[in-house]
Design a protein around this ligand. Structure first.
Ligand SMILES: [Zn+2]
Ligand SMILES: [Zn+2]
Length: 352
């Protein structure tokens, strides 16, 4: 099978033939990849950002946003659960199964967890081996969802869902939520903000007008281009849009020191901030306002299996708009370059 693989840090991926898994045993499932989302963390893997945090060997097939068709199954899969040809999405973070996080359903934050494309082989490939059927969610044929649309829902469309659920309790009519960054994650975050925030005003922030236009089409009430603007200018634009120069919640899918400083500067008293983006390495926020105005700060990482199940229910109902740009496997490096340059609108997806 053909796979785009990482052989060295800071080098382009190599497109090569590798042997796919054969004669599956136990709970294993081989998936014929129909779509593999291209995430900024894939770029960060290549750049070595995770080197000190994640042990893995090279070469490695990247890709943790995977949808495709069941190709082959092991002998220990319950009857009628899945069969060859079924369309599925892959829940790509696989925990130890016994720690408190795993037992409470949060395998994605298991200290001993493994993530497809960050150790185990990922989806930038024609086929991918999944260790258990328990990491799959079957997609009904009647839903008419395409693999390239649903692949990004397993991370970009999942991480943002979980992030917004963290602050949903403080939102409602008369409240507002800001989504910072309109890349692959932001375009979903805007939609979930609409769906989950019970009538709050949704604001989208980015430096790129095309991405902000997309945010409008995805349901943002107001969009603000923050390019070359100081925090006080941005606050006055928020004021112009909503009648208040503060927001009650902010979801930061960028995660630079700059975006976090800007986001906190417009947070209302008792406001909540969620960091999902990981571009920077440190957080620097003024302490006195944080304490005296009782801000809340959440880290939110990926999503759990049940979060993904809920996301797939929304997709099935047609409540999620899919903004994807398709690339072939041989275009993986070009697609990664475009992502690095901020030139992908929505999510880039490899379609082998
Ligand atoms: Zn990702
Ligand atoms: Zn665990």
């Amino acid at each position: 099978m053909l796979a785009a693989r990482m052989h060295e840090y800071q080098k382009p991926l190599l497109l090569e033939q590798v042997q796919e898994a054969k004669n599956l045993s136990g709970e294993n499932v081989l998936i014929k990849v129909g779509g593999a989302g291209i995430c900024r963390t894939d770029l960060q893997m290549i750049d070595g950002y995770f080197r000190e945090y994640i042990a893995h060997e090279l070469p490695l097939t990247l890709g943790h946003e995977i949808a495709g068709w069941v190709e082959e199954i092991g002998e220990s899969i319950p009857e009628n659960f899945i069969k060859k040809g079924d369309l599925v999405v892959v829940f790509s973070s696989w925990g130890c199964g016994v720690c408190p996080q795993c037992k409470s359903g949060n395998e994605q934050i298991c200290g001993k967890g493994k993530w497809a494309g960050f150790g185990p082989e990922g989806g930038y490939s024609e086929f991918v081996l999944i260790p258990s059927y328990k990491y799959l969610i079957k997609v009904d044929k009647e839903s008419n969802l395409k693999p390239e649309e649903i692949a990004p829902l397993t991370d970009a469309g999942l991480t943002t869902y979980r992030a917004i659920r963290k602050v949903k309790h403080i939102l409602g009519p008369g409240k507002s939520i800001a989504i910072i960054g309109m890349g692959g994650l932001g375009s979903y975050a805007v939609q979930y903000a609409r769906i989950l925030s019970a009538g709050s005003t949704v604001l989208a922030f980015d430096r790129n007008d095309a991405k902000l236009d997309l945010a409008k089409r995805n349901g943002a009430d107001h969009v603000i281009n923050i390019k070359n603007k100081k925090s006080e200018d941005i606050r006055s634009e928020v004021n112009k849009a909503t009648g208040r120069n503060e927001v009650n919640a902010a979801i930061d899918v960028v995660g630079t020191e700059e975006s976090i400083a800007m986001g906190f500067s417009m947070l209302a008293t008792e406001g909540a901030y969620v960091s999902s983006g990981l571009v920077g390495k440190q957080i620097k926020i003024p302490l006195f306002p944080f304490v005296s105005r009782e801000f809340q700060y959440y880290g939110s990482f990926w999503g759990n299996y049940n979060d993904l199940r809920e996301v797939m229910e929304l997709a099935k109902k047609g409540l999620i708009k899919h903004n994807v740009q398709k690339f072939s496997l041989s275009e993986a490096n070009d697609a990664l370059d475009l992502l690095r340059e901020g030139k992908i609108l929505g999510r880039g997806v490899l379609v082998p």
